[in-house]
Design a protein around this ligand. Structure first.
Ligand SMILES: [Mg+2]
Length: 351
């Protein structure tokens, strides 16, 4: 689509509406001929509503101006629009963490971000639908970046540094963190594809992209257009003697470790025993508690303005290999050593 036929709507978080760099960028792009309408949010829900309404104004692109929460709301608004009419998504990062924008490699300065959105072709990307129920309420939402559940979700929503320490840290800092946060695990039954696992989990992360919580890379091998969620499971440990193994696995992301599992799934359902506490689940920085939730990929549901050479995209020449997904051999042998058990069987592979 040539730029002359594009109509852009910028949905900006009200908190950032007066940002001088953003105002200057919008003015400059308009002078250069960009058709750009701006809506600033007043209260929660506005960004989704404005994104949905933008179709009535003939928008071809809706630009989310804000942090990951604004992007999330705009995605939910766009997903209410029938697919054939759905505008493409652009992002002008204005938040403090901007995890999603950073993993896409987007410019972080408003003018450069608008320039890039005008210049780039859009790429079809997966969107994740999440349904959760518990304590009399339910949500049915979409996300583009990452969902985290369990103990990790509670602490990551309040302490962005926690998992960074956990993933990169030594045993003493891990123990310190766990003590500070009165370490607890969540019992649950997980079902994905043809597999089931019942255990006590510290963390479950479902990455469409790679990082959340202010730079914590929880899904390092995620691709945003492969039809899979990268699932990270971190199981609870029994004693301090297990910590070195847990930390090693947190650095390697093995397909089947003793404590850590990392694998692509197209769908995951989590349910808890009614006698156990409900799970915290974080979708956009805030944790809510649910007794059950399920996540499912909606393949290539949205077009996104992003660099065509991004490492988050799986390219045509990689697709045929991806169908034969195999975890790296070093992590498989790591599992065998750790448990004396055999590596993942054929049935446990995602295909
Ligand atoms: Mg994926």
């Amino acid at each position: 689509m040539s730029d002359i036929n594009r109509r852009y709507v910028l949905v900006v978080n009200g908190k950032s509406a007066g940002d001088p760099a953003l105002r200057a960028a919008v003015a400059k792009k308009r002078r250069a001929g960009m058709t750009l309408i701006v809506y600033a949010t007043w209260e929660a829900g506005d960004a989704a509503l404005f994104a949905e309404m933008s179709v009535d104004h003939g928008a071809t692109h809706v630009i989310a101006g804000g942090g990951d929460g604004t992007v999330n709301e705009v995605v939910n608004g766009l997903m209410r629009v029938p697919r054939e009419k759905r505008p493409a998504l652009g992002i002008v990062p204005l938040g403090s963490a901007n995890d999603f924008a950073r993993s896409l490699g987007l410019p972080l300065e408003p003018y450069a971000a608008l320039q890039a959105i005008c210049r780039w072709d859009t790429q079809p990307v997966d969107v994740v639908r999440i349904s959760a129920t518990g304590r009399g309420k339910g949500v049915d939402e979409y996300y583009l970046n990452m969902a985290t559940g369990g103990f990790g979700a509670e602490v990551t929503s309040s302490t962005p540094k926690f998992l960074k320490r956990l993933l990169g840290g030594a045993a003493y800092s891990l123990m310190g963190a766990l003590k500070t946060w009165r370490h607890r695990s969540y019992e649950g039954t997980l079902n994905w594809d043809d597999c089931e696992e019942k255990a006590a989990f510290l963390l479950v992360a479902l990455g469409n992209a790679r990082q959340s919580g202010g730079g914590q890379v929880l899904a390092p091998r995620a691709k945003i257009n492969d039809g899979y969620l990268d699932m990270l499971l971190v199981k609870d440990f029994g004693s301090v003697r297990d910590l070195p193994q847990l930390i090693t696995e947190l650095r390697q992301f093995p397909a089947r470790g003793r404590f850590v599992r990392y694998l692509p799934v197209s769908r995951l359902a989590v349910s808890t025993d009614p006698s156990h506490p409900p799970w915290p689940l974080t979708l956009d920085g805030e944790a809510h508690r649910f007794d059950a939730f399920s996540a499912e990929v909606v393949p290539l549901a949205l077009r996104l303005a992003m660099p065509a050479n991004s490492s988050l995209l799986i390219h045509d020449d990689e697709l045929m290999h991806h169908d034969d997904f195999q975890p790296p051999s070093d992590t498989r042998s790591g599992y065998a050593e750790a448990t004396g058990d055999t590596p993942a069987t054929e049935a446990e592979k995602p295909h």
